[in-house]
Design a protein around this ligand. Structure first.
Ligand SMILES: [Zn+2]
Length: 284
């Protein structure tokens, strides 16, 4: 708490605190994807495209529904900020907050990236993650979070007073603008809270503040996704590099990131239940 409010502690305070928590969205009610089936379909998949995202820059890519994509560490430890849109409709985009509520603060194999309201369907399913071994560390940190937002020049201005033009927010905006032929101003409102790929984060145990520590990612590591719908993606190679110390400046060592697109054996996915937009309709 930021300051002492001198509140009166009720007599039954300990009793109230001792009530057992319940998971908000109980495990077991969320339909689980058949990850094994997806992993079988990718056994002899062919790479059809790849892009390199330069350090402190952004890049865009498209993934057809039913294909896989990987974000790969190359050259050195580097964190990436990922945005996803329905390739045919920018109003349907990745919903970091609901993904966190449905799964956890950090995501890995079997978890899905959900889309914004009113669409609310899985956009992508995580099918592989070479950092899955990391789990939770002694500080409570984990990998690939959906708690951070993205580094942005407005917060940087607020906190440091400076102007920095290669924050993930700006990189993602330029990448989307380039992909869609939109100006910076037109693209900016479509940029949204990210999946922090490879980033190691958590909340401090004493003050519950958002923390980061050096990413354990090394060249060759990757996280792999199955596209449940046609996707447009944008990825920023964060100016924070491995996010061990700073971001929103040119101080940190930064490396490129690679995005690879794969076509699987589509015959094995003929009956895959590709998701429709959410069926709920407003009562008006
Ligand atoms: Zn960043």
């Amino acid at each position: 708490m930021p300051f002492n409010t001198d509140t009166i502690v009720p007599a039954d305070a300990a009793e109230r605190r001792a009530i057992k928590p319940v998971v908000v969205y109980p495990n077991g009610t969320l339909p689980m994807p058949d990850v094994e089936k997806l992993r079988n379909a990718r056994a002899d998949m062919q790479k059809i495209d790849e892009i390199i995202v330069p350090p402190r820059e952004g890049g865009s890519f498209t993934v057809p529904k039913g294909h896989f994509f990987r974000i790969v560490s190359v050259e050195g430890p580097q964190v990436g900020d990922l945005n996803l849109w329905n390739a045919a409709d920018l109003s349907e985009r990745f919903f970091s907050g609901k993904t966190r509520a449905l799964h956890a603060t950090h995501v890995s194999v079997g978890d899905r990236l959900w889309s914004s309201l009113p669409h609310l369907r899985p956009m992508a399913t995580i099918t592989d993650d070479t950092l899955a071994w990391y789990g939770w560390d002694e500080d409570g940190g984990g990998i690939h979070d959906v708690i951070g937002t993205r580094c942005d020049p407005y917060t940087n201005k607020l906190l440091s007073g400076g102007d920095y033009h290669h924050c993930c927010h700006s990189n993602l905006t330029r990448a989307l603008g380039g992909a869609k032929g939109m100006s910076f101003g037109e693209a900016e409102p479509h940029v949204h809270d990210v999946l922090n790929v490879f980033m190691c984060t958590g909340f401090t145990r004493d003050t519950h503040q958002y923390f980061m520590k050096a990413s354990p990612v090394r060249p060759g590591d990757y996280i792999e996704f199955f596209a449940e719908i046609d996707l447009l993606g944008a990825l920023s190679a964060c100016p924070g590099g491995d996010c061990s110390a700073t971001h929103s400046s040119d101080t940190a060592n930064c490396y490129p990131l690679k995005v690879e697109i794969f076509r699987p054996n589509v015959a094995l996915l003929e009956d895959w239940p590709f998701p429709e937009r959410n069926a709920y309709r407003n009562a008006e």
